[in-house]
Write a protein that binds this ligand. Structure first.
Ligand code: HEC
Ligand code: HEC
Ligand code: HEC
Ligand code: HEC
Ligand code: HEC
Length: 236
């Protein structure tokens, strides 16, 4: 009986398989690197902003609620960055007491006058005078476009800002605290209890875990919480 021989083209195929295998291994290594490397993951990213806005002062000391400025966070996917008019409620100054029409400031609603002459606040006053020039705040947290994220889905289910952004109320300059990686999302989706509280208290960043309102197990039951882990939840 004739011995079976692989045809010679199989040799080429074997080479291709090895080269391909190395390629895949390299690709996976690159992905792994991308997934754990801090520069990609961005933990600690704290860019310089055009105005040195301090959350420690405004949210911490003055106790302004997060939603005073990020007012869409409970209703929408994105948390709005406030327009200069929100700052103007307190920092308007005399030059900006009204709308600009044909280059002339019209008398308008009263704006607050905390530090009306502060040079730090000049960019805010400029953008208040000219609505065509909104402030250009540097974006800090950013998941890739192929990821679906939604603030309202978390805020209304009792997940606090602190779980994902850390103690913003103690930050002079906002800094990314969590990796926002897929593993990070999934770790919580698989075991959310430690992060669930009374949804009315999501912006109280200093809530103690002993507080009855922070009893995750209980709120999980009350709100019937069961986060999805299927791919289409976050990739749609
Ligand atoms: C007086 C208005 C104001 C209040 C109150 C406020 N913020 Fe902000 N927040 C801003 C502005 C302006 C920026 C953009 C500049 C910056 O990053 O500091 C910002 C940026 C942020 C960012 C980073 C956004 C990005 O680009 O990724 C987070 C997260 C954030 N705020 C969370 C909070 C939380 C949590 C609270 C409540 C504890 C809060 N903020 C209260 C005005 C406010
Ligand atoms: C509810 C009122 C209020 C709002 C709204 C507000 N601030 Fe302030 N801000 C204050 C007060 C009060 C101080 C001063 C505290 C002090 O000097 O002791 C201050 C101080 C500052 C300073 C320091 C100024 C200096 O020269 O020392 C900056 C910068 C600033 N705010 C930026 C902003 C920006 C940007 C916004 C809008 C995103 C904003 N603030 C919204 C009340 C407010
Ligand atoms: C479950 C995690 C999670 C919680 C809870 C959360 N955030 Fe975020 N936040 C994110 C992620 C992820 C991004 C980046 C979103 C993107 O790139 O589309 C983000 C972005 C932001 C931004 C930048 C604008 C935007 O929407 O992209 C602001 C401002 C912000 N968050 C404020 C808040 C505030 C205020 C709270 C609490 C009321 C809060 N976040 C609660 C995860 C969270
Ligand atoms: C700290 C905990 C926590 C983290 C971190 C977290 N989630 Fe969630 N997520 C939840 C909870 C709790 C719910 C609400 C589940 C429910 O309603 O039963 C939820 C719901 C969602 C929903 C809505 C699901 C639906 O069925 O409509 C999406 C989408 C989502 N998360 C995406 C993400 C993404 C993307 C990330 C990472 C960038 C993330 N989550 C990080 C806890 C978390
Ligand atoms: C709870 C939200 C969530 C779920 C569920 C989820 N992903 Fe992701 N996924 C993410 C986030 C966030 C990223 C972006 C990670 C980053 O930027 O580092 C990501 C990234 C990815 C990437 C790109 C990897 C890379 O290195 O850039 C792939 C591929 C992927 N996911 C596949 C899946 C598959 C397959 C499933 C189902 C088994 C799944 N994901 C379920 C949140 C999720």
């Amino acid at each position: 009986m004739q011995e079976f021989h692989f045809p010679t083209w199989v040799n080429k195929f074997t080479v291709m398989l090895i080269v391909g295998g190395l390629g895949v291994a390299g690709y996976l290594a690159t992905c792994l690197f991308a997934a754990i490397h801090p520069e990609v993951v961005n933990v600690g990213y704290k860019p310089k902003q055009p105005v040195p806005f301090s959350h420690k002062l405004h949210a911490g000391q003055l106790k302004l609620d997060c939603r005073y400025c990020h007012n869409t966070v409970e209703k929408a996917g994105h948390a709005a960055i406030p327009p200069s008019a929100t700052c103007g409620n307190c920092h308007g100054g005399e030059r900006t007491t009204g709308k600009l029409v044909n280059g002339v400031i019209q008398p308008g609603r009263e704006l607050g006058i905390v530090h009306p002459e502060s040079t730090l606040l000049e960019p805010i006053r400029v953008s208040l005078e000219d609505p065509e020039k909104p402030m250009k705040w540097q974006r800090i947290h950013d998941v890739p476009d192929f990821v679906f994220f939604n603030h309202a889905a978390h805020i209304t289910r009792g997940v606090s800002c602190v779980s994902c952004h850390g103690r913003i109320d103690q930050m002079e300059v906002v800094e990314q605290k969590e990796p926002l990686s897929m593993k990070w999302c999934l770790d919580c989706h698989r075991n959310p209890a430690p992060h669930i509280r009374d949804p009315a208290l999501v912006t109280k960043l200093d809530l103690k875990i002993e507080d009855p309102q922070a009893n995750g197990e209980e709120w999980m039951k009350k709100l019937d919480i069961n986060p999805n882990v299927s791919c289409s939840t976050c990739h749609r």
